[in-house]
Design a protein around this ligand. Structure first.
Ligand SMILES: Nc1ncnc2c1ncn2[C@@H]1O[C@H](COP(=O)(O)OP(=O)(O)OP(=O)(O)O)[C@@H](O)[C@H]1O
Length: 286
């Protein structure tokens, strides 16, 4: 095992308030290249808000304190203009429902290339070639033909792969994936998770994987943070947090999982055999 890699993105003591409501109350998370950091917690605990805050995408009127450091720059200090350069270029986000994140009236090729041409300032032929390469990288069959097609011509799983290709188009260092498989049929979830894991490994992406699903977390994450009421109550290596949690809230989350076999205990359900990782997921259906 190699030593700890320096974080590319560090959220430090982040607070977000809207009106009287304290939504985040001092969140700290480090994202490292080539690592998937899972963010778990019950609905309303602040997972999505943490992801959005890293992109400066907070609701109107939100007040923030703390720091979001990307390679040493505090994103909370950037102007909207500078933040726009960071979003999509250095940090990208994939949302739960690809049907809403893809534009229904624009071809896949246009959605991929406009993004690249804007951020990377490259020409039409170069952006087309890169788009087709990206579609291949996310395993869309027939990438050149897919380039000409529209979102409705693809299945949900394929649409999420396309959304991931768009997120990766400008070569970001950080990918925020907010419940990326929750809207998908269970048979295609594994394939999308395996893709995210593979891209993280191959491209050295730092991934924040927001999910309420501890099974997903167990299959893909290297580190896990657990949120409750706007705070990270526990963070650490996946095997530790999901098998021997220190915090009673994490234990309660694990105990609330449905049992999956006569002798299964939470640690056994969640932890794949050593080094098997994502390969323990079922084969994808599309
Ligand atoms: N636009 C908004 N304005 C005001 N409060 C908001 C807004 N969006 C979210 N909140 C509040 O912020 C808190 C955290 O929400 P967030 O969506 O981050 O939770 P979450 O952990 O991602 O939950 P879920 O799993 O349901 O998505 C919640 O109390 C929510 O009601």
């Amino acid at each position: 095992m190699s030593g700890p890699v320096a974080p590319v993105l560090s959220v430090e003591d982040l607070t977000v308030s809207i009106g009287e409501h304290d939504i985040l109350r001092g969140v700290g998370i480090d994202l490292r290249p080539g690592r998937v950091h899972g963010l778990a917690g019950e609905s309303g605990s602040g997972k999505t808000m943490t992801g959005l805050a890293t992109l400066g995408l907070l609701p109107h009127g939100a007040r923030t304190t703390g720091r979001v450091l990307l390679d040493g720059r505090d994103l909370l200090d950037l102007s909207q203009r500078d933040l726009n350069k960071v979003r999509g270029r250095e940090i990208s986000m994939v949302f739960q429902d690809p049907a809403t994140s893809l534009h229904p009236m624009l071809s896949i090729g246009r959605q991929l290339t406009e993004h690249m041409r804007h951020h990377l300032r490259i020409g039409k032929a170069e952006s087309r070639a890169r788009a087709i390469e990206l579609l291949g990288q996310v395993r869309i069959p027939g990438p050149a033909a897919a380039f000409e097609r529209y979102p409705h011509q693809f299945s949900g799983g394929m649409r999420q792969r396309i959304a991931i290709a768009i997120a990766l188009a400008c070569g970001p260092k950080v990918l925020i994936a907010d419940e990326p498989t929750t809207a998908l049929d269970v048979t295609v979830q594994a394939g999308v998770l395996r893709l995210i894991r593979g891209l993280c490994d191959d491209l050295g992406l730092a991934v924040l994987l927001v999910t309420h699903d501890l099974g997903v977390m167990s299959a893909v994450a290297d580190e896990v943070s657990v949120m409750k009421d706007g705070l990270v109550v526990e963070t650490g290596p996946r095997s530790h947090v999901l098998r021997e949690p220190d915090h009673p809230y994490t234990r309660a989350l694990l105990d609330a999982l449905p049992r999956q076999g006569p002798a299964a205990r939470p640690g056994e359900i969640l932890d794949p055999p050593p080094a098997a990782g994502v390969d323990t997921l079922p084969r994808e259906g599309s």
